[in-house]
Design a protein around this ligand. Structure first.
Ligand code: MG
Length: 442
């Protein structure tokens, strides 16, 4: 279909049909072959290779797929203990429902919505299926979350017999057909703009931002479009009178760095569409962590410690399962007023043991137990390596060596009789078995 048309493909006026994937010569508004209005056209369409793919209303789309009676109804996935919206389908969004909205507000906006509690296991399974289809396109897939990833499709034209833009359109059709959900894709020359583009025309979008238009496009946008500019930072930029990316484009690099440090450097480059970060296929494994959000905010060590223990065991189990270890232990706390505190400590050698993760985390936690109320606690390890050099017995002190041996025995028992078979003194009977938090996605 497309391979035969490779020759005229670089003509900037020419596009293709996203439904039948045929090449389009003319300027018609509908496909010359199948009549579809979904045509892709862009002067740089066949030169760009950096893609960002994001599933549309992922959790809600899966629930609709699995229960066709929900197809035309507003669906909200969420509820749970925090009582917030995880994902709203596009019908619910028309009524004003948004991710992270408290459920009572969502139901005020859309009383007829069907609320479904999240089934994370199912979503993870579908996420893996999507990922597998991505990896069939290129080995350079960098997942950002359960339902989105960067793909570097450079050099794949010969393999696929079509340019990256068409590969993306074909991928979207495949996901629809095989998995019953939809995706949106952004195509550009860098990560920053590929991600921006994928968000443009959801659902079922395919958007392109070329090099020639980057500066002009960005000039019009608010600073919050820039990666890392959250509410707080946007507020401080606003204090300095900066609202649009265009204003940043007119500022000197030195000036930006003096005012905003390393972030100033990022602002300087990204505002100009300069982003040379590569697609790293393994970055989903930069750290392994687990966290939990509490039903009510907690300040007492007596309550925090069992949670820390349970989470450490969870992190350790994942490390052991993947045959990896981490050298830096990272403690994460979120205060009642949503301030994030992270504290980390580098160990002498990598670990995969729950007890070392826990003891290190405990030490970090003690320094933060100053009466502050926390709404979230997380623990994890970064600086990952494979577990070959992890926890050398001769370097670990006698006490921890004993614990390491005990942990080995516990692992064996759990392997035989299931996770619940052995509870340590820290978690026993506490009833807080660190359930996975419900992530917010859209
Ligand atoms: Mg998504």
């Amino acid at each position: 279909m497309f391979a035969a048309m490779a020759a005229p493909v670089n003509n900037p006026d020419h596009g293709f049909c996203r439904d039948c994937l045929t090449f389009q010569r003319g300027e018609t508004r509908r496909c010359e072959r199948c009549g579809s209005p979904r045509l892709a056209r862009h002067p740089e369409l066949y030169r760009l290779h950096l893609a960002h793919i994001d599933c549309d209303a992922f959790y809600a789309a899966i629930e609709k797929r699995d229960n066709p009676a929900l197809k035309d109804r507003p669906v909200i996935v969420g509820g749970g203990k925090r009582g917030v919206v995880s994902t709203a389908c596009y019908i619910a969004r028309i009524h004003g429902v948004r991710s992270a909205m408290p459920m009572f507000k969502a139901l005020e906006a859309c009383p007829e919505a069907v609320v479904i509690p999240p089934d994370m296991e199912k979503y993870v399974r579908v996420g893996r299926e999507v990922r597998a289809l991505m990896q069939a396109l290129t080995p350079l897939v960098e997942p950002l979350s359960i339902d989105e990833a960067f793909l570097d499709l450079s050099g794949t034209e010969r393999l696929h017999g079509m340019p990256p833009a068409v590969v993306l359109a074909r991928f979207a059709l495949t996901v629809e057909k095989e998995l019953g959900i939809t995706v949106s894709a952004g195509l550009s020359y860098c990560k920053f703009l590929a991600k921006v583009a994928s968000d443009f025309r959801k659902p079922r979008g395919l958007s392109v931002i070329g090099e020639a238009e980057a500066l002009g496009f960005l000039a019009e946008q608010p600073v919050t479009l820039i990666w890392g500019v959250g509410k707080a930072f946007a507020a401080s930029l606003e204090c300095d009178g900066i609202r649009t990316i265009g204003q940043l484009q007119r500022m000197e690099r030195g000036d930006l760095m003096r005012r905003y440090g390393v972030m100033g450097d990022r602002l300087y480059h990204l505002s100009r569409g300069e982003d040379d970060r590569r697609v790293h296929p393994d970055s989903d494994a930069k750290s392994v962590s687990a966290e939990t959000t509490f039903d009510t905010d907690i300040s007492a060590m007596a309550e925090l410690v069992p949670v820390l223990r349970a989470l450490s065991e969870k992190v350790s189990a994942r490390l052991k399962k993947s045959g990896i270890a981490g050298r830096t232990v990272v403690l994460k706390l979120k205060t009642q007023d949503f301030k994030l505190r992270t504290r980390n400590r580098q160990l002498g050698d990598p670990t995969r043991l729950a007890d070392r993760i826990f003891q290190t985390g405990l030490d970090l936690l003690r320094r933060q137990a100053d009466g502050t109320k926390y709404r979230l606690l997380g623990i994890g390890v970064s600086d990952l390596s494979d577990d070959e050099k992890a926890d050398p017995p001769d370097l670990v002190d006698i006490q921890s060596r004993k614990r390491a041996l005990a942990e080995g025995a516990i692992d064996t028992l759990r392997g035989k009789f299931g996770k619940k078979a052995v509870e340590t003194g820290y978690t026993f009977g506490k009833g807080r078995s660190a359930n996975p938090p419900e992530p917010i996605e859209d």
